[in-house]
Design a protein around this ligand. Structure first.
Ligand code: GRF
Length: 190
């Protein structure tokens, strides 16, 4: 079975969704890594017996030193794919030059609404559709090649309803894309 590492920072709903749908079925989640010692996702991953490693970014002087540690931990387990699921750290070339097989999910139809306020910006825009994007991780934030997207037509939802629809789409799309990428990239290694 192919082996993945998941990076997360907070709630971990995508993390748990991936574990529930794919772990020990079509792939193995060999490690989950978080930069946040208080992330709710830690408990969610441990429930399934996943090895969780906390690399607290506050203990590292610069983004580069943090990224170096992250790279070392990832390379130790040598996964087929690194999956960013709500990992809220800007990555430097220390990471992107070494880890080539990494994907991210972003809660907007990229290239629109990059950055941390994507759901809010997309909600307050006058667009008639909204959606989510899975893309390769590159040096520039939320700008790597797009792998797949999913969207819905807006229906005057409240912000909470809108956010719920975005997360539901993420949970539907991400596992499918992970499986697809692992099939297509079967020859590549991180
Ligand atoms: C998701 O909306 C993801 O697209 C964004 O951060 C959120 C993480 O949510 N990058 P969760 O931690 O997976 O619940």
């Amino acid at each position: 079975m192919k082996r993945i590492v998941i990076l997360f920072s907070g709630t971990g709903s995508n993390l748990e969704n991936i574990i529930q749908k794919l772990h020990k079925k079509t792939l193995l989640v060999v490690k989950a890594i978080t930069n946040n010692p208080h992330a709710k996702g830690i408990g969610r991953a441990k429930k399934y017996g996943i090895d969780v490693e906390v690399i607290d970014h506050k203990l590292f002087g610069t983004r580069e030193v943090f990224d170096q540690k992250l790279v070392e931990v990832i390379e130790e387990v040598d996964p087929d794919l690194v999956v960013l699921a709500g990992f809220m750290r800007i990555l430097t070339p220390v990471f992107t030059n070494r880890i080539k097989n990494a994907i991210n999910i972003h809660p907007s139809l990229l290239p629109l609404f990059k950055g941390a306020k994507a759901i809010e910006q997309s909600y307050h825009s006058d667009m008639k559709v909204a959606g989510v994007t899975v893309h390769w991780v590159s040096e520039e934030l939320d700008s790597g090649d797009i792998i797949d997207q999913a969207c819905f037509h807006r229906e005057n939802e409240s912000f909470e309803e809108f956010e719920e629809k975005i997360h539901a789409l993420e949970h539907e799309l991400y596992p499918k894309v992970i499986e697809k990428v692992l099939k297509e990239k079967s020859h590549q290694k991180v």
